[in-house]
Design a protein around this ligand. Structure first.
Ligand code: LRY
Ligand code: PEP
Length: 356
């Protein structure tokens, strides 16, 4: 049985538990708390398990020069990167309001902690059920130690990182997390939008092999839902996708996000794929019985067979027959047996016509 643990109160992940779907609102709320709330509501309606944000304490996350850097992108909300990021950053009180709103909507609420101070706020003040480590922090060893030591389950993303770095990140987290090691490792490529050739879903299998004590997931930045569904069929037990109210809005992530209709489609189809994965046991299924009776084949008489005939292979043929008879995989066992009554050419060989 693969690893499983309680990611959030009442919600197990891994093993045979349903894939945990994270709707990443991120900064697609445009800095407007009402848009953020509308998005949380829509995440719930679409069937996602959690609504996610990105929490930064900007002076901790960026140095002064990075904050002062001119940001001339059409996606900029201010002349410098710091002012741009400040516009998209909710205050602690706003976070509390959003958390309460999510609780009221009945959806888990969490955020990626973009720096140590953000992790302190999310865990120590908001008491989020688990913490997400964004790709840019997967090689940030002091941050990983600090965050893991809080003892919350963690989701660790892997964009922009090598396997060697991910091995270090996982061992840092597991060494510093007290108690049960509750860790999800996400395959991720940090390209927006992500071309299929850069997705590398096979890393899901690699992570399963290298991190047998972690649950493996997928954080996607591609267009559409096909690749995320394929990730689930390869064993991703947590899937995270950005969501937007409008792909054409200003902002770096909208174009690579799912609309809420697409999110619903993803959630619905994940459940279908999970059901379809079934068990690695090959046997006829009860639902196949009708077709099997209609088109499944039986042993019939290749010619008229008089009573007392000792059967050779030349007496026998295989057809879809009425009534249903002896399955053709048993045809060679009939050779050498004697029929106790005459059988017409083309008729099903009746079991009771064979001598014991
Ligand atoms: C790697 C990482 O953190 N990526 C995040 C999560 O996917 C993104 O949402 C970035 O915050 C976003 O693309 C940044 O855009 P800008 O620089 O315009 O604020
Ligand atoms: C950047 C993030 O996610 P990822 O690295 O998984 O794309 C995030 O969660 O803030």
């Amino acid at each position: 049985m693969s690893v499983e643990f309680e990611l959030a109160p009442g919600r197990m992940v891994g093993g045979d538990h349903p894939c945990f779907v994270v709707a990443e609102i991120g900064q697609n709320h445009q800095g407007d708390i009402n848009i953020a709330k509308e998005m949380i509501k829509k995440c719930k309606e679409a069937g996602a398990d959690a609504a996610k944000f990105q929490k930064s304490e900007l002076n901790r996350r960026f140095n002064r020069a990075a904050l002062a850097r001119a940001y001339t992108s059409p996606n900029a909300w201010g002349p410098t990167y710091g002012e741009h990021k400040q516009h998209l950053e909710f205050s602690h009180d706003q976070y509390k309001e959003l958390q309460a709103y999510a609780k009221q909507q009945g959806i888990y609420f969490f955020a990626s902690a973009m720096d140590e101070k953000a992790a302190d706020f999310l865990v120590d003040e908001l008491d989020v059920p688990f913490v997400k480590v964004a790709s840019a922090d997967a090689n940030n060893l002091p941050y990983l130690k600090h965050t893991a030591s809080k003892g919350k389950p963690m989701i660790l993303s892997s964009g922009m990182q090598s396997m060697g770095i991910m091995e270090r990140a996982v061992s840092t987290v597991t060494q510093n997390m007290p108690g049960e090691k509750r860790l999800v490792v996400m395959q991720c490529t940090s390209t927006y939008p992500l071309p299929p050739a850069d997705v590398h879903l096979r890393c899901i299998n690699l992570f399963k092999e290298k991190f047998p004590h972690a649950v493996i997931g997928y954080s996607g930045h591609e267009s559409g839902i096909a690749i995320s569904l394929a990730a689930v069929s390869l064993g991703a037990k947590v899937v995270e996708r950005h969501v937007t109210l409008d792909k054409s809005w200003k902002g770096s992530d909208h174009a690579a996000s799912l609309t809420f209709e697409e999110l619903k489609d993803l959630c619905d189809n994940i459940r279908i794929v999970e059901t379809a994965l079934g068990k690695p046991i090959k046997e006829p299924r009860p639902s196949e019985q009708g077709l099997f009776k209609k088109l499944g084949k039986s042993v019939v008489a290749a010619c008229a067979i008089p009573a007392g005939t000792k059967l050779t292979i030349d007496h026998l043929s295989v057809k879809a027959a009425e009534p249903f008879g002896i399955p053709p995989d048993q045809i060679y066992e009939l050779v050498g047996q004697t029929v106790t009554k005459a059988i017409e050419e083309d008729a099903t060989i009746p079991k009771e016509a064979l001598a014991a």
